[in-house]
Design a protein around this ligand. Structure first.
Ligand SMILES: [Zn+2]
Length: 201
């Protein structure tokens, strides 16, 4: 396990040299890396710790992984103005707004969810979890022969956990990077993931 407070370069090295993960069957999955979940958007759903320094680190890591030819899959909430989830959460990630935009500069595929007024999903594997309408994620991963997922993003205890759970159900090996996952609630995301899934990088 790699402890926190490592540089993006350390994480890249660990993934490639210690875990020996290869871009031929490993991808990076960035869950909801959108401005609306960061401190850039205080009126949406800002997760504590998502400041510019953290965003820069995530971007640096992705650039390094891209240089090693790893593919990057980015999920995003793409909500209409009157989305059903705004009964529970503050309005966030509305189509066409700054909050909707990704804060990551490097990615190969975008996977949208929660696009219809009455449908939503925390997991990136679904567009609408209640109606069990899947997103393109699983199909895209299988098409690219991906078996391992290095996971990061927001929010750790909501969409990231739900996505990891669905990834494991589908047989993917999951390698979450705790330093690049921030949670809404104070519970340490590293502990949460270890308890639930037994492994973290
Ligand atoms: Zn949402």
């Amino acid at each position: 396990m790699l402890e926190n407070n490592k540089t993006p370069y350390d994480f890249t090295n660990y993934i490639v040299n210690a875990l020996k993960l290869s871009p031929s069957n490993t991808a990076i999955l960035c869950v909801d890396c959108q401005n609306g979940f960061t401190e850039r958007c205080p009126n949406e759903l800002p997760v504590v710790g998502t400041n510019e320094e953290w965003i820069d680190q995530v971007n640096e890591f992705l650039t390094l992984m891209k240089e090693r030819n790893f593919k990057i899959f980015a999920s995003m909430d793409d909500h209409p103005e009157n989305h059903i989830s705004f009964e529970k959460w503050p309005p966030h990630c509305i189509k066409g707004t700054y909050g909707n935009q990704l804060f990551i500069n490097t990615y190969d595929f975008i996977i949208k969810k929660g696009e219809e007024v009455d449908g939503d999903s925390y997991s990136a594997f679904y567009k609408d979890i209640e109606r069990r309408i899947e997103s393109e994620l699983d199909e895209l991963l299988r098409k690219h022969k991906i078996e391992n997922l290095v996971v990061l993003g927001l929010a750790g205890d909501v969409c990231v956990i739900a996505t990891i759970e669905d990834a494991l159900k589908r047989g993917y090996k999951v390698f979450p990077i705790s330093q690049y996952i921030k949670a809404v609630n104070k519970k340490d995301i590293k502990e949460l993931i270890e308890e639930k899934f037994g492994r973290i990088i």
